[in-house]
Design a protein around this ligand. Structure first.
Ligand code: KG4
Ligand code: ZN
Length: 346
């Protein structure tokens, strides 16, 4: 039975997990840095890197203990090698390299986005390739066709903000606290989604790309007008964002008619209203819908360990070289065409 240790440290969660080839999360721990970053209303890279450096080594020891596994029992040590905040990524990757070297176990340098992209297969053993994937997190907002492990074609991306970023900025404008996504979702439950007229950027465009900057500005104007309750703005924002996502996916799905399943992954996939809207869309297209449980949607190490297991299953892969570098940017589909008007995000 394949057994892999996973390490995640690319943003503000320090996480370690042991996962086996039967999709069993043998042990996992996760420490969020919400308290450290809350006073700044966002993640401060230097604070994040220090917190990872302090917490990671004892957490690895604790998770191996929880799992009752020795380093030598492992088939691989997987760590996020990018994209992300480079200080934190380096902490995780260097730790994984040291352990791999000391125990003579293969190192697997995992693309964080691949961790998210394959996480639905950890949760759902019936999910086969190819599938249509909406990957929505704090830094990324993409529609991908997943043909297999390592086979990702990007059909759409955002020309400005990621969807999670839009949730975070809305929370900041409304003073709902940090992290923003869950706070907006909670406030939205108390509000009226029809109360505030907000734009649906890109809706109607023939290309499936996203844009959320205009929606965020409209949220700011609505808030500053003093005319609306925060709950109503939150609910109206969430509905506008969902309408955009559903419209953009409808365009992209036309190019993925051979995919049986619509899949959502990444932090925003934890949002119950987003999940419900996608389930409805999938049904209309005659597709199955699957999403990992919310705890596997936000950053975690089980998905990194699982991506390691998936890569170890490839015929020609026996581990990455120990001199592999951490990468702040690392697109899943390096061949994807840049989008007109887009910033530099991977
Ligand atoms: O995947 P993730 O944990 O980290 C990145 O790789 O970025 O995603 C974090 C993002 C944040 O923007 C957060 O606000 C958003 O996911 N998020 C949510 C919810 N939970 C997390 N957005 C909307 N509703 C939620 N329940
Ligand atoms: Zn993530």
């Amino acid at each position: 039975m394949t057994l892999v240790l996973g390490i995640e440290s690319s943003c503000d969660e320090t996480a370690v997990a042991v996962v086996d080839g039967d999709r069993r999360i043998v042990a996992q721990r996760i420490a969020s840095q919400d308290e450290e970053h809350a006073p700044f209303g966002g993640v401060v890279p230097e604070i994040a890197a220090r917190a990872h450096a302090e917490r990671l080594a004892p957490m690895i020891e604790a998770v191996l203990g929880d799992a009752d596994v020795a380093l030598g029992d492992l088939d691989g040590i997987a760590a996020t090698a990018g994209p992300g905040l480079i200080g934190g990524v380096m902490v995780g990757l260097v730790s994984a390299k040291a352990l791999a070297m000391a125990s003579n176990v293969p190192l697997i340098a995992v693309n964080h986005l691949e961790g998210h992209a394959l996480s639905p297969r950890l949760a759902d053993g019936e999910l086969n390739f190819p599938y249509a994937l909406l990957l929505v997190s704090g830094g990324h907002c993409q529609i991908l066709r997943v043909d297999g492990v390592g086979g990702y074609r990007r059909l759409a991306t955002t020309i400005d903000d990621a969807l999670g970023e839009a949730f975070d900025k809305t929370a900041k404008i409304l003073g709902l606290g940090f992290p923003g996504g869950p706070a907006v979702e909670r406030a939205a439950k108390e509000g009226d989604a029809k109360a505030v007229p907000l734009p649906r950027p890109m809706v109607g465009s023939g290309e499936p790309h996203f844009s959320f900057a205009g929606l965020k500005s409209a949220v700011l104007r609505a808030h500053e007008s003093g005319k609306y309750k925060s709950e109503d703005i939150a609910a109206s924002f969430q509905q506008a964002a969902i309408d955009c996502v559903v419209d953009r996916l409808r365009i992209a799905l036309a190019e993925m008619q051979d995919c049986e399943t619509l899949v959502v992954a990444g932090g925003v996939a934890a949002n119950a209203s987003v999940r419900a809207a996608l389930e409805e869309l999938a049904e209309k297209h005659g597709m199955r819908f699957t999403a990992p449980p919310p705890k596997l949607c936000t950053d975690n190490a089980a998905m990194i360990a699982w991506a390691g297991i998936e890569r170890l299953g490839l015929p020609d892969f026996a581990g990455d070289p120990l001199d592999i570098s951490a990468r702040p940017r690392w697109p899943l589909d390096a061949g994807a065409e840049p989008v007109r008007g887009a910033g530099v995000k991977a």
